[in-house]
Design a protein. Structure first.
Length: 56
């Protein structure tokens, strides 16, 4: 059915919208004291969280 390439982000948290990603980032930051930044993934088109601001 899907003919997309292998997605290295398959095991990451995914969000449909930036708003959802930011909300989750805030929750994680509160729990872990870590700064997370949402980024739009070019591989799957969804949003993930990263501790880095740079994209791979
Ligand atoms: Zn992705």
């Amino acid at each position: 059915m899907t003919d997309g390439p292998w997605q290295p982000c398959a095991d990451k948290l995914s969000f449909d919208t930036e708003r959802e990603a930011k909300s989750a980032a805030t929750a994680v930051a509160w729990q872990r004291g870590a700064t997370l930044a949402p980024y739009h993934c070019k591989s799957c088109g969804l949003w993930h969280l990263t501790t880095r601001h740079k994209e791979d």
